[in-house]
Design a binder for this molecule. Sequence first.
Ligand code: VGL
Ligand code: ZN
Length: 240
Amino acid sequence: MLDRRQIVAALGTTALATLAPTALLAAPSIKPDDASALLVIDVQNCFLPGGSLAVKEGEQVVPVINKMAKAFSNVVMTQDWHTPGHVSFASVHSGKKPFETIDLPYGKQVLWPDHCVQGTDGAALSKDLAIPHAELIIRKGFHKDVDSYSAFLEADGKTSTGLAGYLKGRKIKRVFVAGLATDFCVAWTALDARKAGFEVYVVEDACRGIDNQGSLAKAWADMAKAGVKRIQSADIAVSA
Ligand code: VGL
Ligand code: ZN
């Protein structure tokens, strides 16, 4: 006969053996529903290795996004889509170099190398994205005198891209944001999504940043303050 002490010890071992794996490897806790949309921001050749505004490790977001997208019935992608000679290009401001700033009528503008010019190969979405079920591709930054990091509102703070209306028309309540670059188009999109009343998640390992003069830390601080939730792709349940 087992005495009480032996039974407790045996139970303890069994309980530990069955509990430990789930307790140690936190199970994915977020299940996107029909009111959730994944926003895939600017995964375009210009922002990938060899591109004119390549984001460090930018290519690493592609497999993460492809896998995560399987969990979403609603996916929207964006394309930065500038005119030739766009106001955000350093090349059109004499004496200015990329990553310097200038004052424009709508506020401070960082100047960039020429990038994502309409119809060019650099502006094309990465050929490695595999999200055939994406429903909408929204283009932004196509007004020559106004930039648009955000997928919702141009940099003048008032011209809408129409995305909020589209998402609301589709009864979307929650958006998950991924892509390039964390500290510019991803962050501005996430902040405007909050302002438009959506619940917002940014998937950190599905993004990479430019980090110009502390912009990455500032972006995460601004997003936290606005109630944007910072998560990892492993937090999202993707059925096999
Ligand atoms: C972006 C700088 C200029 C972005 C776009 O996609 O984050 N950054 N244009
Ligand atoms: Zn741009």
